[in-house]
Design a protein around this ligand. Structure first.
Ligand code: PEP
Ligand code: MN
Length: 340
């Protein structure tokens, strides 16, 4: 249920409505937009039948949310969510690009890579420390040491950092270092993990599961939001289909569909979709053209010797050329990408 308050609703009036809803046994989510405040009443709506919400002071209208996802639905907020990560705005007119290696490998390489992607215009640095590898014998990431090296790269460049959280037991330590917590495709439906990051109050980038429907992605985002954290970026990274020419099939239609369904920012990861570096640029440009709010791209100073996902990683020089091309596509669709 959404309760839209009148423009002039005072904090006391808002509090009064919230208390009524809580008193009936439902959870309350208050969203203060530019124009007005709306209150989401989440839970068993039949419990509200004894309260005449429309009659409460300050209430303009009351609407049911018909979708199974409530807090993340477009019905809940017509305005798109803008997430502020240390001054970098995600979901605004300006596109944001997250770039960096698949995994953090050494202090020298992560700092070099951070400087290179920053010079090309990326505003956020990625780097895996806890890696979800298909084989237990492959490089599993440097763990906490990787987070420390990312923090050094942040210190050297000022770039905010993102890294994946795989295990609820690592939530505190990962949140201590990163500016955005990444939930990987393989953990999209790890509901305990989603609830942990929901409590952590850090921006979260939630990747679409390998075989997840759009509704399932949104229900996973709802798990995070239900714990009080609505700073969620959704990321399409390719899904499993019968096609084997690419690592995954990039579902470009997910962007406009998600834009209809949710107010959350939408990113595309062309690297894990393609699996091959030479496909990354065309997919990245298509993603911008179709309305993505940003991109996550794997860049490695020496892809041939990368410990993980070298085949799909761009060299910094190629990444820089792509960023110039993205700037032109962005302009054609009414978006911008910061100049360097
Ligand atoms: C990654 O971004 O490093 C990653 C493992 O991606 P995904 O979860 O999409 O496979
Ligand atoms: Mn990777």
């Amino acid at each position: 249920m959404i309760i839209v308050l009148k423009r002039d609703a005072t904090p006391e009036v808002i509090e009064h409505v919230a208390e009524k809803i809580k008193g009936a046994g439902l959870a309350v989510h208050i969203s203060k937009g530019k124009e007005r405040t709306i209150i989401g009443a989440i839970g068993d709506e039949t419990l509200l039948s004894s309260i005449s919400l429309e009659a409460l002071p300050g209430v303009e209208s009351v609407m049911p949310i018909l979708k199974p996802y409530k807090l993340v639905s477009r019905e809940f907020s017509k305005e798109g969510t803008v997430i502020d990560v240390n001054g970098v705005k995600i979901g605004d007119t300006e596109l944001q690009v997250i770039a960096g290696p698949c995994s953090v490998e050494s202090k020298e390489s992560i700092i070099a890579c951070a400087k290179q992607v920053q010079a090309a215009g990326a505003k956020i640095l990625r780097g895996g420390a806890f890696k979800p590898r298909t084989s237990p014998y492959d490089f599993q990431g440097l763990g906490v040491e990787g987070l420390k090296l990312l923090a050094e790269a942040k210190k050297a460049t000022g770039l905010p950092i993102i890294s994946e959280l795989m295990d609820p037991r690592d939530t505190d330590i990962v949140c201590q270092y990163v500016d955005i917590v990444q939930i990987g495709a393989r953990n999209m439906q790890n509901f305990r993990l989603l609830m942990e990051v929901g409590k952590a109050k850090k921006p979260v980038l939630l990747k679409r599961g390998l075989s997840a429907t759009i509704k399932e992605v949104l229900m996973s985002a709802e798990y995070i939001a239900s714990q009080g954290n609505s700073q969620i970026i959704l990321c399409e990274r390719g899904i499993r289909t019968f096609e084997t020419a690419t690592r995954n099939t990039l579902d470009l239609s997910a962007v406009p569909v998600l834009k209809e369904e949710t107010h959350l920012p939408i990113f595309i990861d062309p690297s894990h979709s393609a699996g091959r570096w030479n496909l990354v640029a065309p997919l990245a440009k298509a993603a911008v053209a179709v309305g993505a709010d940003g991109l996550m791209i794997e860049v490695h100073p020496d892809p041939e010797n990368a410990l993980c996902d070298g085949a799909q990683s761009l060299k910094p020089s190629k990444f820089s050329v792509l960023m110039d091309e993205i700037r032109m596509v962005a302009a054609a669709v009414g978006r911008t990408l910061a100049a360097v």
